[in-house]
Design a binder for this molecule. Structure first.
Ligand SMILES: [Zn+2]
Length: 136
């Protein structure tokens, strides 16, 4: 995979990371379900210091079950969800796979927070499952 580039729907926010993803997978937690309106969010993690962002990103913060503060970054103009950050692991940033310019490059390697997956959510049985946060 070459540089990861992407942005929001309206183009106000753009990002780039030349790092290889630290991990990638599908997060089935309730907070991402609420944020996206879907069953899960496909996301990949990159080192925070590798990510270059242009444009204004607004963050919505809430307290995760773990006690960490989770921040979801979105474009204040078009509302696209782009980033996720947790106070427990400040060294990485999650990028939503659908925000990539080439989302087909995303290869989910695991499912996590499957304890809150919905009965109508289909998960690839071949991928490792973590009931809560992944062991990475
Ligand atoms: Zn936008």
């Amino acid at each position: 995979m070459s540089a990861l580039v992407g942005g929001c729907q309206c183009g106000q926010v753009r990002y780039e990371s030349s790092a290889r993803p630290l991990f990638s997978g599908n997060c089935h937690c309730r907070e991402w379900q609420k944020a996206t309106g879907g069953a899960y969010v496909p996301a990949l993690a990159v080192p925070a210091n590798s990510l270059k962002v242009t444009g204004e990103v607004k963050y919505y913060e809430n307290r995760a079950d773990s006690g960490n503060t989770f921040s979801r970054g979105f474009c204040p103009d078009c509302g696209s969800r782009i980033f996720g950050k947790t106070s427990g692991f400040p060294q990485f940033v999650l990028i939503t796979a659908g925000s990539l310019d080439d989302p087909s490059s995303f290869k989910p390697a695991m499912d996590f927070f499957t304890s809150s997956a919905q009965p109508w959510d289909y998960m690839d049985p071949k991928l490792p499952k973590f009931a809560k946060q992944p062991k990475v």
